[in-house]
Write a protein that binds this ligand. Structure first.
Ligand code: NAD
Ligand code: ZN
Length: 251
C-alpha cells in the first residue's frame, strides 16, 4: 500500500473518534533507524556483546570491569547517533496533545528529540547511581575515565542506572506508565516485540481500561493480535504522518 492510501485509510479510521489522552509505548525498533541495533534483530549487536550475560547483578558483582566495558562501549556508540523522524514526530505530538511516552529504551534518544516527561521503564545509559546511599548523577561523558567510578557521597561504587536482567523496574516510571495506560484513549505501540515483561503487559492494561491500541512495526509481534489498528511500516516512515493525523483530531 502506498503512503497516500495508508494515510487516507488511517484518517478514515480516526474520523469521529474522541481521543483526549494519548500514550505511546516504544521499544528498540524506534531507534533502529538512528543506527541503534534492536535486541533481537538480525544485526543483534547487543547479543554479540552478550548484554544478556553481562547486564546482570551477578556479573556486576563478579566481573565489574567487563560490565563497565560493555556499558562504556554502548554509550560511545549511541552518543554518535541522532534521534530520527520517529522520535521527532512523537516529541512534536507531545507539544500539541496530551501524550505520555513510555519507553523501554535506555538510549536517551526521545529526550534528545526534546520529548519531555518520558517514562524510562528500563532506566537510562546516561545516569549513574550508588546502590549503597541512593546517590544519582547524570553522566554523558564518553568514554568514562575510570572504571568503575567511586561514589562521591559514600564509600560505595557507582553503577549504570539501567535495569539489569532479573532486576525489578523503577517504581516511579512503572507507576507513571500504569497511570498513563489507565487514562489514555489511544496507545501507540511502536517498535517493540512485546516479549519483555512487565513492559509488554502495558498495552493490555490500556485496553482493559478502554483504550484503542495502534501498532507501528514492520513485522508482526506478540502483541499484534491485541491491536485495533496495525501500520506495517517503520517508525521513521509512519510516525510523522500518524502524529500529524493525531494532532489534527484535536482534544
Ligand atoms: P526488540 O529488539 O525485542 O524488538 C524490536 C522490535 O522493533 C521488533 O518487533 C522489530 O520488528 C521492530 N522494528 C525493527 N525495526 C523497526 C523500525 N525501523 N521501526 C519500527 N519497528 C521496528 O525490542 P524491545 O521490544 O524494545 O525489547 C528489547 C529490550 O532490550 C528492551 O527491554 C530494551 O530495554 C533493550 N534494548 C534497548 C535498546 C535501546 O535503548 N535503543 C536497543 C536494544 C535493546
Ligand atoms: Zn554512595
Amino acid at each position: 500500500m502506498n503512503h497516500d492510501s495508508a494515510r487516507a485509510q488511517f484518517a478514515a479510521w480516526l474520523a469521529g473518534r474522541r481521543l483526549r489522552r494519548l500514550a505511546a509505548l516504544t521499544g528498540a525498533g524506534i531507534s533502529a533507524e538512528s543506527g541503534v541495533p534492536t535486541f533481537r534483530g538480525a544485526d543483534g549487536l547487543w547479543r554479540q556483546m552478550s548484554m544478556a550475560e553481562l547486564f546482570t547483578p551477578q556479573a556486576l558483582e563478579e566481573r565489574p570491569l567487563l560490565v563497565w566495558q560493555l556499558y562504556d562501549e554502548l554509550r560511545t556508540r549511541i552518543a554518535a547517533t541522532e534521534p530520527n523522524a520517529g522520535h521527532r514526530a512523537l516529541a512534536a505530538l507531545g507539544r500539541q496533545r496530551i501524550l505520555t511516552v513510555i519507553t523501554q529504551n535506555i538510549d536517551g534518544l526521545h529526550q534528545r528529540a526534546c520529548n519531555e516527561g518520558v517514562l524510562e521503564l528500563h532506566g537510562t545509559l546516561w545516569r549513574l547511581r550508588c546502590d549503597a546511599c541512593g546517590y544519582r548523577e547524570e553522566n554523558t561523558q564518553t568514554p568514562l575515565p575510570t572504571l568503575p567510578p567511586a561514589c562521591p557521597e559514600c564509600h560505595g561504587v557507582l553503577r549504570p542506572d539501567i535495569v539489569f536482567f532479573t532486576e525489578v523496574l523503577p517504581r516511579q516510571a512503572l507507576f507513571g506508565a500504569m497511570l498513563a495506560s489507565e487514562q489514555c484513549d489511544l496507545m501507540l505501540v511502536v517498535g517493540t516485540s512485546g516479549v519483555v515483561y512487565p513492559a509488554a503487559g502495558i498495552p493490555a492494561a490500556a485496553r482493559a481500561h478502554g483504550a484503542l491500541l495502534l501498532e507501528i512495526n514492520p513485522e508482526d509481534t506478540a502483541l499484534t493480535g491485541e491491536m485495533d489498528y496495525v501500520i506495517r511500516a517503520t517508525a521513521a516512515d509512519a510516525l510523522p504522518w500518524v502524529a500529524a493525523a493525531l494532532a489534527e483530531t484535536g482534544a
